[in-house]
Design a protein around this ligand. Sequence first.
Ligand code: DGL
Length: 284
Amino acid sequence: MSNHFISPIGVFDSGVGGLSVLRAIRQQMPKESVIYFGDQGHVPYGPRPLQQVRDFSEGITRFLLSKGAKIIVVACNAASAAALTYLRQTLPDISFVGMEPAVKPAAEHTETGVVGVLATPATFQGALYASVVERFANGVELLQDTCVGLVQQIEKGDLSGIATRKILEDALHPMLEKNIDTVVLACTHYPFVIPLIQEIAGEKVRVIDPAPAVARQAKRLLEAQGLKREIGSQGEVRFFTSGDARLVQSLLPKLFGEDGNVQALQWNGDHILKAVSFSASDLS
Ligand code: DGL
């Protein structure tokens, strides 16, 4: 690895969604190097059984650790719901930062007392969501929608086309009729369609993207452990996918705001990732 690719932060998602978190990490910690994995070979995670998402998450985590990741950011609500507790138990020496549906700030700030939550089925099924609702909803009415197909639209880079708009209108119109004033984005893909959400819901509806808070949490953890990189030039970001590397690479400028080189990996069962289009030494 090159000199400035030392001890990267490991970040993963089922696909491009985690790039919304990576953007915030990049803004807040530009000197950090990052290794990003998008599991496009299995996207979407949302409709899959939690056990399977947990297996994928463990395989990806072990891959990121094998590349020297000093901390793991689970930049995926579905993977956080399915795997975060398990990963922390299984790898107690590693620090994990996960996604938690932002019900708390929504409940604190809503004036109408009605909040929309957009997430995938895995997130709504997980114990994490039940726990934040129980702890923080405090009598606030939560209206939920899984936005079927939205993750796939975003994976194609379609952030404002007819099909994408229809999915969001179908989700938001019934919520708006019930007077929501806040929308919680509990899927890391969804911040990419915030402009469309605001267009449909109006500028007065507050949309909560948890990415900046998650990046702050990662920063706090690194500082507390003396692992935050304070010197040197801008860190490097390396991208890996279990899907079509060229497609992901073509989306980076639009979704991440920077170009990047994407390398393809192949799953060997649900647990092991190996190189496909280049020699294993390219990874070391
Ligand atoms: N981006 C993911 C999340 O935050 C998962 C989307 C999916 O693969 O279904 O939940």
